[in-house]
Design a protein around this ligand. Structure first.
Ligand code: ADP
Ligand code: MG
Length: 679
């Protein structure tokens, strides 16, 4: 049978069942998988001049073996192989550790090239491998992500074998017109140069082509999912525009332009029979909740139920309280369902929900549990959606007959990046804060200045304000977090004395206890609220004007920004005090940028630059796809171009049947069948 890239790796020589299994663990099942298992770095094996090498640099030296190699054993299993290398009349010592078998390849008087690490002080080389300097393929050594059971050398050999055996059947996937337009390599050349580049330039050209290919395939998948989403029956929500307008008039403030714009965008989606899958991004305090209320009201006027899911009970309760007020003069029936809803109340609630008597259900994960049945769910909204896994969103959507879905996030990522992180979603943005907001002044102090910061806090409290104090977070242990928070609140109570009341909020408190503390803080009975990060999202106490964060460098910028967003919600000037002793330059930069901007989008961009997409977005949290070659931040322009190209392709009627796109269509058909759905 003819060879195909879809052949199992087992068809390569040297790959038996055990190795096949080990390769499968690396995600390598077929020859195609192996060929696109790209190196994560290259060792520069090009021969260098001794005078141009920096200390500890990895280089290849070429010369003549000037002395018999000597093997010295030490310890139980350790050994060292030494020989002298003659280069242009100078002699250098070369040492290999624990590779005694290299003896055979080292013959006095013979030319040799050794790759290793240069020690400038001793003028010696710690050898890593002996290479054949005449072989151009080895100008760069490709280094692959290996595992315990599949070694680096095994991967290198197998990939070489696969390429040699299958190069002839590697055909192009990226359509010819696009390849020509962007001057991309043929797929065969690209795969060759990814693994065996002859030069730095060849390697970057291959990477450029591979990045485009990867992004185009990703964007094509997104377009196809979008189309299938669009063709499965969504619901057309014919809301009552007059009632909606009247409702908006009852709000205590005028909507910002940005709020009006996104309400319109969402309402258009509601009306359309296509399935809405939209992301609403807006900075902390930009007023997403009221947008949610308006569009939920729209759905309700059309006879549908709406659901709003929040990541924490505190937040869910706050939404329930706020929205109960917002809808007080309407006939909307609002209910709250969380993990701490009592069994009897829950039972009544579920019956009312199934009977369609509840119009708007607010809650936590409890909303998507089994047994929670809606009469006719038309719209689901998830608040702070970055906190939810992709599966939870999917589960929510399955609660009713394809309800429209809106996800809200206050951890904005640049719009352009949003198209990758949430590639299958449309994006709306609130890029403006309500008028009259006081800017929040942020300062960063070292921990030895914390006391003078506290005296400032005392002054502010004496003028009638309230303060949040966030305690350091100890990743490994919730118990330690609690201890820490308890100690800090005791210290602060000592410091402030009896006239100022310090409260404590942490994750171990029972829901009733949390409520009591939050209620006391809202009522102003507590002036200083010490807390672990449970207040991070959403909480709204207008009189709180100080946010003091200990060990601020332990938090991500997005999280700090969220915390800071808890203040500055009223008309008083607000302050954020970061207490931190960052240990490296990156930490210092992060503190500095916090003091320089309060724009969540700018911070998000900076966070991405400083920490990289993987860290910031976290695959688990965001559903962010993992790319093998391309970096969605560094190669953002390529990603955008690929999206436009993918969009243009699927717009063409019967594009699959056009010769230029057949290979692409075929490839996607196989891939999509394997993946199923990405959501
Ligand atoms: P977030 O986007 O962070 O969820 P919220 O929805 O909690 O923000 O809104 C923050 C505060 O701003 C709330 O107190 C809300 O009532 C108020 N608000 C929302 N929109 C406006 C507006 N257009 N004008 C004035 N205040 C507004
Ligand atoms: Mg909010």
């Amino acid at each position: 049978m003819a060879q195909q890239l879809s052949d199992a790796v087992g068809s390569l020589s040297g790959v038996g069942p055990a190795r096949q299994k080990a390769l499968a663990e690396l995600g390598i099942n077929t020859v195609a998988d192996l060929l696109t298992y790209y190196p994560f770095r290259y060792d520069d094996l090009q021969v260098k001049d001794v005078n141009e090498i920096a200390d500890q640099e990895k280089v290849t030296l070429k010369g003549t073996v000037a002395s018999e190699p000597v093997l010295a054993r030490f310890g139980r299993k350790k050994n060292r192989l030494n020989f002298r290398l003659l280069i242009d009349h100078d002699v250098y010592m070369v040492t290999f550790f624990n590779q005694p078998y290299l003896m055979k390849q080292i013959t006095t008087g013979q030319p040799i090239a050794v790759y290793g690490k240069w020690d400038a002080k001793r003028s010696s080389l710690t050898g890593m491998k002996i290479i054949n300097p005449n072989n151009a393929d080895e100008a760069f050594g490709s280094i692959y992500p290996a595992s315990k059971s599949v070694r680096q050398t095994t991967l290198q050999k197998l990939i070489k074998q696969a390429y040699d055996g299958y190069a002839d059947v590697i055909t192009d996937i990226v359509p010819e017109p696009l390849r020509v337009k962007y001057r991309l390599l043929s797929r065969r050349q690209m795969i060759h140069d990814m693994h065996f580049p002859a030069s730095q330039d060849a390697s970057s050209a291959a990477r450029r082509s591979a990045t485009y290919e990867e992004f185009l395939l990703f964007q094509m998948k997104m377009q196809e999912l979008k189309q299938s989403d669009a063709t499965t029956n969504g619901i057309a929500i014919h809301y009552d525009n007059d009632r909606l307008k009247a409702f908006i008039k009852t709000l205590p403030f005028e909507l910002t332009h940005a709020q009006k714009r996104v309400v319109n965008e969402i309402c258009l989606d509601l009306k359309s029979p296509q399935h809405m899958n939209r992301l609403l991004q807006g900075d902390v305090g930009s007023g997403k909740t009221i947008v949610a209320a308006i569009v939920m009201y729209a759905a309700i006027t059309a006879g549908y139920q709406a659901a709003l899911m929040a990541p924490t009970e505190i937040l869910a309760e706050q939404h329930a309280n706020n929205l109960a007020k917002v809808f007080a003069d309407t006939d909307v029936n609002v209910a709250l369902l969380t993990g701490s809803t009592k069994p009897a109340a829950r039972k009544t609630l579920l019956a009312a929900l199934a009977a369609g008597e509840i119009n708007l259900l607010i809650g936590t994960h409890a909303l998507i549990q089994d047994g929670v049945d809606y009469a006719n769910l038309g719209l689901v909204i998830t608040d702070e959606q970055h906190r939810f896994g992709v599966n939870q969103r999917a589960a929510f959507r399955q609660k009713g007959g394809q309800p429209d879905a809106l996800a809200m996030t206050a951890t904005p990522i640049p719009r352009t990046l949003a198209i990758t992180a949430y590639g299958e979603m449309d994006v709306s943005e609130i890029d403006e804060l309500p008028a009259g907001r006081q800017p929040i002044q942020t300062t960063w102090v070292r921990s030895n200045q914390a006391n003078s910061a506290l005296s400032f806090v005392r002054q502010q409290i004496n003028t009638g304000s309230q303060a949040y104090v966030v305690t350091p977070l100890i990743e490994e242990s919730e118990t330690l977090d609690v201890k820490n928070a308890e100690a800090l609140s005791a210290n602060l109570q000592d410091y402030f004395g009896p006239t100022i009341k310090v409260g404590l909020l942490h994750g171990r408190l029972k829901p009733e206890e949390k409520d009591a503390v939050m209620a006391a803080f809202k009522a102003g009975d507590i002036q200083v609220l010490v807390s672990t990060t449970v207040i991070e999202v959403g909480v709204d106490v207008k009189n709180a004007t100080i946010m003091m964060i200990y060990d601020a460098d332990r938090f991500g910028l997005a999280q700090l920004h969220q915390l800071r967003g808890r203040v500055g919600r009223g008309s008083k000037a607000s302050y954020c005090i970061l207490v931190a002793d960052p240990k490296n330059q990156q930490g210092i930069e992060r503190m500095q940028i916090m003091t320089q901007t309060t724009n969540g989008f700018v911070l998000a961009q900076k966070d991405l630059e400083l920490r990289g997409a993987g860290d910031v977005l976290g695959v688990k949290q965001s559903g962010m796809p993992v790319f093998k070659v391309g970096d969605p931040v560094a190669d953002l322009n390529v990603l955008q171009v690929a999206q436009q190209d993918a969009h243009a392709i699927v717009q063409q009627p019967d594009w699959q049947d056009q010769p230029a796109y057949q290979a692409l269509a075929q490839y996607l058909k196989v891939k999509l069948a394997a993946v199923g759905t990405l959501d």
